[in-house]
Design a protein around this ligand. Structure first.
Ligand code: FES
Length: 101
């Protein structure tokens, strides 16, 4: 579905995704980084525990919620990667607000 260009040929940043360091293209969204690195989901549903993945890619469906730099419920499709960004797939409702700050 998504294929990232060769990172050696473009400006890149390092993110930490579920504890794994990844080099990704500068200027892409977190959702694009997740999908292009073959992660199949971004969160689990608090109701059914089913795995959910980015759908609309434009900030409308909220299926791409992730924990970004310790903040839960961040839309991965509306957030650009930053060097050193810590990103975790969100389990259920995520950590309590402020719990990681
Ligand atoms: S993919 Fe729909 S809000 Fe992010």
């Amino acid at each position: 579905m998504f294929k990232q260009l060769d990172v050696d040929q473009i400006d890149s940043v390092q993110i930490i995704l579920d504890g794994q360091p990844l080099q990704v293209s500068k200027g892409i969204t977190v959702a694009a980084a997740v999908l292009s690195n073959n992660y199949r989901y971004t969160r689990t549903s608090p109701v059914s525990n089913s795995k959910r993945a980015p759908f609309c890619m434009m900030g409308v469906c909220y299926d791409c919620l992730m924990v970004i730099d310790g903040k839960a419920n961040q839309r991965a499709c509306a957030t650009y990667v930053q060097n050193g960004m810590q990103i975790d797939r969100q389990q259920s409702v995520g950590p309590e607000l402020g719990a990681n700050q």
